[in-house]
Write a protein that binds this ligand. Sequence first.
Ligand SMILES: Nc1ncnc2c1ncn2[C@@H]1O[C@H](COP(=O)(O)OP(=O)(O)O)[C@@H](O)[C@H]1O
Ligand SMILES: [Mg+2]
Length: 442
Amino acid sequence: MNMLDKYCFSCMRQLPEAGAVCPVCGCDNSTAHNSVGYLNRCLLNGRYVTGKSLGHGGFGITYKGIDVNMERVVAIKEFFPSGEVSRSATGEVNLIFSEEENKKSFDKGMERALKEARICAQMERLNNVVNVMDVFRANGTVYIVMEYVEGITLAKYVQQHGGKLPFEDCLELLLPIIRALGIIHKQHVIHRDISPENIMVRSSSNECVLLDFGAAKNVSESDGNSHSTSLLRMGYSPVEQYSSTAVQDNRTDEYALCATMYFALTGTRPTDAAQRMYEDTMKKPSELGSDIPADAEAALLKGMSIRAADRFPDMNRLEAALTGRTVRSESNTDIEKMISELNRGSQPTGSVSAHSESQSGGSAPNGGKSGGSRGLIIAIIAVIVVILGAGAYMMMQKNRPEPEVTEPPAVVTEASTEESAAETTVEPVAEVTEAPAEEPTE
Ligand SMILES: Nc1ncnc2c1ncn2[C@@H]1O[C@H](COP(=O)(O)OP(=O)(O)O)[C@@H](O)[C@H]1O
Ligand SMILES: [Mg+2]
């Protein structure tokens, strides 16, 4: 059978024959296809077959696919900025530029897409961040191949669970994302597009996974090839994202994360930050029927302060305030990270040590898996030392009302260059909560 016909368009499982109705998911493969302008069954880079589209944002189209070498289902994100490019209805895979001048900004955007893949790859050891497996150029654009997360977006999850979630459930779902963001920020990266659409809930474990680093920024690099990806997500973007010059830092993600939690608690998209600037009519979650305790609500609303200076300085403080625990999550995170790093026999990336600054740019390469038992002994000693250290630290901190900020937030300043002007060409994503997933037309 032809490689392209071998797999079900919808679930990517092998078919008994070309064009068959899939015995697993019931998709009629004789007629299933994506809308005009999308790729249909297509072999990319000699090893990936694309299937149905999963979503289409301002930045690109994401397809379900299969890595035919590994026989593994994947998600493939195609850089396809809406408004700039299109495809003919005749099935031609190469892109068409609506205007020649778009080509220049498209090229910059492709660089940015490559950067998205690299930033994601930097985070590969984080459980709650989607795994990037490959990146390549084809059809005149860039493709990012990721693990396929079997599950639904947080937006859908909330919808399927009665439209709003109890506070304890929200916390359980989103604490791992808060912690992952804490580590990401220490690597001088900010995500800048946290929302219920960019977090998936795995169906096997209910674990949340952060997606879509298309707007992420590595603040330790001077970003000469930015693209217009600082898109606004109404309800989730803080005011600093509406400005071409305002500082964006880890508190930008903090706002969006708290706004995401607000949505999960209430089923309501928070009032847009720009609107709140004029008149803050946003209701508290408790006023919308959430069972959130008063202290946690105060913490959530502090995280959603209009002015960044009024928010928590980092994700650890946010976690502490939301959970009512003392600020020991940093030590916990570091312990977990150290253990996982040491167990993997690799060098921790700079930022994971409580006392070391992260190296700019790339992560340490994966070390070999040798030295397992030595690594384990070191790990045990390290854990004991850190626990004792953390205990002593907590004793010392006990009576201090507000711990000092130990490191400055990762900062992005949009310099007023031509590129940054382009970068902040905001796309007011009007109704962003539901980017309708394309179902294959059958
Ligand atoms: N790795 C993945 N596994 C499963 N579904 C995914 C994956 N990546 C993206 N999706 C789905 O595709 C949608 C769009 O992907 P995303 O990376 O957010 O791109 P964009 O928002 O730029 O279009 C997501 O909301 C999600 O439903
Ligand atoms: Mg997205």
